[in-house]
Design a protein around this ligand. Sequence first.
Ligand SMILES: [Zn+2]
Length: 179
Amino acid sequence: MNNSKSKKDNIQLYSYVGSQEIFDSVDINFVGYKISKSKDILNWIEKTAQELINNSIIATFIINENHQLVINDRHSEHVQCAGGKNVISAGEISFLIEKKDKISINEISNQSTGYCPKPESWKYVEKVLSKIEIEYPNYFTLAFDFRLCTNCQTINLIKEQVFECQMCETELDLKWNFH
Ligand SMILES: [Zn+2]
C-alpha cells in the first residue's frame, strides 16, 4: 500500500499499514460517527451507550479525506473507523463533558499503529477541530513517532529518540518511512 501526497494541496494521506488480518475484518459498510458539532459527541455517547469515567470518554478518531472528524469506540480499530480508507490523521481522543453544553477535548494523540501518522498531521487536525465549537489543546497531548523496521517489518514507536528496532535491534530510519 502506498502513501500518497495529493497534488492539489500537498496534504499527506496515510494508508493502512497494519496487519492484513485486521484489514480483512473491516466491514466497509460501517464507518465511525462523523462529528461536525459538539452536540454530535453527546449523540454518539447516547447512541452507543458509552460509559463516562470522571466525566471523560476516550474514543478512537480519524480525520477522513474530506477533512471530517470521525470517532468510534476506543476498542475498535482505526481502519474500521475509516471504513478501510486513507486518512489525514488518526489517534485517540478524550472528551471532557462538564455539562450538556460544555464539552472539551482534554487529550488527543496520534497513537495509531494502523496508520502511523506523523506528529505534523496536527496542523490538519487543528483545522478540523477549529470548525467544531469545542475547546481543544494547542497540540497533540501525546505525540508519537513511528518507524518501520526494514529488517523485520515491526512497527516501532520511538521512545526517547532511540532509533533502534525493539524486536531485532536494527537501526531505524531517522525519517518517517511507511512508503
Ligand atoms: Zn526489526
